[in-house]
Ligand binder design. Sequence first.
Ligand code: KIV
Ligand code: ZN
Length: 412
Amino acid sequence: MRAAATDGTPDVAERDPRATEVVEFFDTTLRDGEQCPGATLHPADKLAIAQQLAKLRVDVIEAGFPASSPGDFQAVQQIAREVEGPAITGLARAVRGDIDAVHGAVRDAGRSLIHVFISVSDVHITHKLGLDRAQVLARTAEAVAYARSLCETVQFSPEDAGRADLDYLCEVVQAAVDAGAGVINLPDTTGYCLPHEFAAMVATVRREVRGMDRVLVSVHCHDDLGLATANSLAGIGAGARRVEGCINGIGERAGNAALEEVVMALRVRRPVLGLGDNIRSQELVPSSRLVAELTGMAVAPNKPVVGANAFSHASGVHQHGMLRDRRTYEIMAAEDVGAGETQIVLTARSGRHALAHRLDRIGVAVPPEQMPAVWARFLEVADTTKEVADDTLVRIVGEVHSYHTPPAVGPV
Ligand code: KIV
Ligand code: ZN
């Protein structure tokens, strides 16, 4: 069923060497993802996921929030010491204690960065922090400068940027850039923005803040309105070249942008977007399965890219099309995301082509004159069950065959 790259479908499995600009992926499954109820991970599980993320070739792993607990500090430190490839970071509020904790936890990594955040929307400044705008501005400058004295790369996130006053957001980002931040990550913390609004915010910050040509712009979108992937892509369209996300889209409330969705949108629509990335897409499904297993958060069957039904076809019309040419109903190949093969599922909505195809695949030959009876019996069985399994099919064929074949006459 795998289409060759010559069939007109873009070969999405590998990085396109012609793409001049690359979008980096910052995985926060182990920090923002782990913040969702019930998903707390043991340090050994965090390490196993980090190793898998390195195989997936994400550019940065946010391994945790080291100031939150001694256990998380140690987990981040172990990942920094043992996982090779991606840069390792941890999250810090804009206070020295948190910044020291991140520095201590990630300093042994091959590459590391310190991620500092503070809220910039009025509702957060007033009701969460109990500060005013001037105090947040001063804290930003102080915290980023301090982090920069410890680590060459500092990422600054103005939390709740999506609901902040745009002029004030630019002032805060200016302070962070002037204090030495090399990455500005713009979060839609509450998943509030519409794609065109989010794109306009990214474009405004890039245009209005001095020195942005030397800064990597990143986006971090939440999925409260189901717009996290769309907003991440809108941010990329406005010039962001790093995207934050979580495997399976887990995270606070409705979750973060699903990393696998953004990767495959970039790959499948590469002719339009023209951007490369460093991800090994065949590791997407193995990563999804590991995260689901270790967090205990099951993946919905209809989840894009990694759900069990993402490459399954059950209706006769679709199956007929797929059997002729997979491009009729698939825009990417199961193999390219590590999902094995496309599945033709036999149900009461399947057609004769799908039945014949399955019989052929499992090596069961049916004489042409018996096929109408096999088909009729198949439909009877299919109406009583969700999916007709291969062993049931073999039994149906056997029953029809013995009904049509007279018993052999033994010696008299
Ligand atoms: O959603 C958010 O704003 C965050 C920041 C800490 C980046 O997770
Ligand atoms: Zn977040």
